[in-house]
Design a protein around this ligand. Structure first.
Ligand SMILES: Cc1ncc(C[n+]2csc(CCOP(=O)(O)OP(=O)(O)O)c2C)c(N)n1
Length: 547
């Protein structure tokens, strides 16, 4: 359909635009205000139905983290957007680019406070979107979507929002051109040469690697840099990506989100190079300071992250923004052309004590067994807060993009994100066994976006969900113990059967295990399966420390 004077409609122009932007997969949950967008759905488009909006955002986030391109989400007016906000906050912290759209009541009804009309629609998702607009005219809707896309994809990447009145879709509009955006370049050449000189002279350097190395690039270049310098590499606190091969002899471990613990590990170095901020992100207040005279050099893709971490925690000598892979490659080139002082101290040895079977199953034993049964090519998506230290100890991840969790601390992300990552794996024709997506999720976290199980089963993605059931909120129990809170209500519960819940969502392959032998059999079957499935592991509720 075209308009009276043969001009294309907003709908036709947006279809073309989404094709040009490679965004023909739309994640969403529909309502009446979206029907004018959804009508006459093009055959080359795919609608990924989420049964609640938080899951739509989580899936889109996971999909984007796997594909690299911003995803398109369509939600139902203010109510749908409201349900989605927790995971939009997470997408903002994750630096995941996405264009979130929501239907709005028809313009002709907006003055009447009509049913479903969103008041100040563009204000609702702020401040956790980089750009938010309800276009002034119907004809501007395609331009608003293009702006939202370009801003979402600019560093630091993140979510953007467009509110679209339902009667806009049949209005006339003009086709628009997608500009070719040149990718970010390396940081300033002379500043990089100066950094290389400082690194070459230092005999006592540590590298702190941050999540940007996973979200953007630079992983391999940092490995090469660390090997040249023979310097230890620490993962920045609460990294939501794999930032360095964790079995590498120069991997020195994960910095704590407790400031004094993180500072202790970095106390003895003369030069600390932070690559891929944000660093340092803490969970509790406390003292963080480095030895007097320590030089701190920070590299990030965006000045925003540099500004925040340098004011909050450290006094950097040099802060520099630019593409990480290109910038670190230039540092490596400079180092190759000069003599490099050897680091005086040995890299601290990471001890990974093997876990014995034990009377009751521990999460540590379960992840250790899992690690022994899967290759490095699987992707681990994690949301099991009290078991993260056990996962870090017993499931070393060695691959860029081999690990994902959320940067925000908001639960209800991991399960739908894993579905999105697995959908991208299926699209890319990845091997269902060796390149499988494995979600390790706490019993508490499962319930925040549980309906993502239905989408996983419906799309039959190569996903195994492992539920670590410790009868409640282990992290809250552990945190209370750590900080001396007593008699806290609302942190333990029983009565949820995840295998039955999964079956009720159409996921019929399920295993509930409470001993090591059954666990091994369940892993063998689930990890080789052609289908999505779930393993519920009943673990000891008295084990698992958040820090
Ligand atoms: C949306 C949201 N609500 C509440 C919390 C607080 N919280 C942090 S950890 C946690 C417990 C998570 O339990 P579970 O997923 O079972 O993992 P476990 O801690 O037992 O390993 C809770 C409720 C949160 N982080 N996010």
């Amino acid at each position: 359909m075209t308009t009276q004077n043969n001009q294309p409609t907003v709908r036709q122009v947006v279809h073309k635009l989404l094709r040009d932007l490679n965004m023909t997969t739309v994640f969403g949950n529909p309502g009446s205000t979206e029907l004018d967008f959804l009508t006459d759905w093009p055959e080359d488009f795919r609608y990924v139905l989420a049964l609640q909006e938080a899951s739509a955002i989580g899936m889109a986030d996971g999909y984007t983290r796997a594909t690299g391109n911003a995803s398109y989400i369509n939600l139902h007016s203010a109510a749908g957007l409201g349900n989605a906000l927790g995971n939009i906050f997470t997408a903002y912290k994750n630096q995941t680019p996405m264009v979130v759209t929501a239907g709005q009541q028809a313009r002709s009804l907006l003055l009447d406070e009509a049913y479903l009309a969103a008041d100040q629609a563009d204000a609702f998702p702020r401040p956790y979107v980089k750009y938010s607009v309800q276009p002034a005219r119907a004809a501007d809707v395609p331009k608003a979507i293009l702006q939202a896309y370009l801003i979402a994809m600019a560093e630091p990447k993140g979510p953007t929002f467009v509110s679209i009145p339902s009667d806009d879709w049949n209005q006339p509009a003009e086709y628009i051109q997608v500009p070719q955006v040149q990718p970010q370049g390396a940081a300033d050449e002379s500043a990089l040469a100066d950094i290389a000189d400082k690194l070459a002279k230092s005999t006592n350097t540590a590298i702190v690697a941050g999540s940007e190395l996973g979200v953007y690039n630079g992983f391999d270049e940092v490995v090469a840099l660390a090997e040249t310098l023979k310097a230890p590499v620490y993962a920045a606190p609460v990294s939501h990506e794999c930032v360095f091969p964790e079995s590498h002899p120069q991997f020195a471990g994960f910095l704590s989100a407790i400031p004094s613990d993180a500072a202790k590990k970095l106390q003895d170095y003369d030069l600390v190079l932070i690559v891929g901020a944000p660093a340092f992100t803490f969970h509790v207040p406390g003292e963080f300071s480095l030895k007097q005279g320590t030089q701190v050099i920070q590299l990030s893709v965006a000045n925003h992250a540099l500004a925040i971490s340098s004011v909050a925690a450290v006094q950097p000598t040099i802060s520099l923004s630019g593409d990480l892979a290109k910038s670190v490659a230039k540092i490596n080139q400079h180092l190759a052309a000069q003599s490099v002082a050897t680091n005086a101290k040995a890299v601290p040895t990471l001890v990974r004590n093997p876990v014995e079977k034990g009377e009751t199953l521990s999460a540590a034993y379960a992840v250790q067994l899992l690690r022994s049964m899967v290759p490095d090519t699987v992707t681990l998506v994690e949301e099991a807060p009290s078991h993260r230290p056990a996962i870090q100890s017993h499931f070393p991840v060695n691959r860029n993009r081999g690990f994902m969790t959320m940067a925000s601390g908001g639960l209800g992300y991991g399960l739908p994100a894993a579905v999105g990552v697995a959908l991208a794996a299926k699209d890319a024709g990845k091997d269902k066994a060796t390149e499988r997506v494995i979600a390790v999720i706490g019993d508490g976290s499962m319930m925040y976006s549980i309906q993502a199980l239905w989408t996983a089963a419906d799309l039959d993605v190569p996903l195994t969900v492992i539920v670590l059931n410790n009868s409640g909120y282990g992290a809250m129990r552990s945190f209370s113990k750590l900080l001396g809170y007593n008699n806290v209500p609302g942190i333990s519960f029983t009565g949820l059967d995840y295998v039955k819940i999964a079956a009720g969502h159409g996921m019929s392959e399920g295993y509930q295990v409470d001993n090591a032998d059954d666990l091994q059999k369940a892993f063998e079957q689930a990890l080789q399966s052609e289908h999505s499935n779930l393993i519920e592991i009943i673990v000891d509720p008295n084990q698992g420390d958040i820090y």
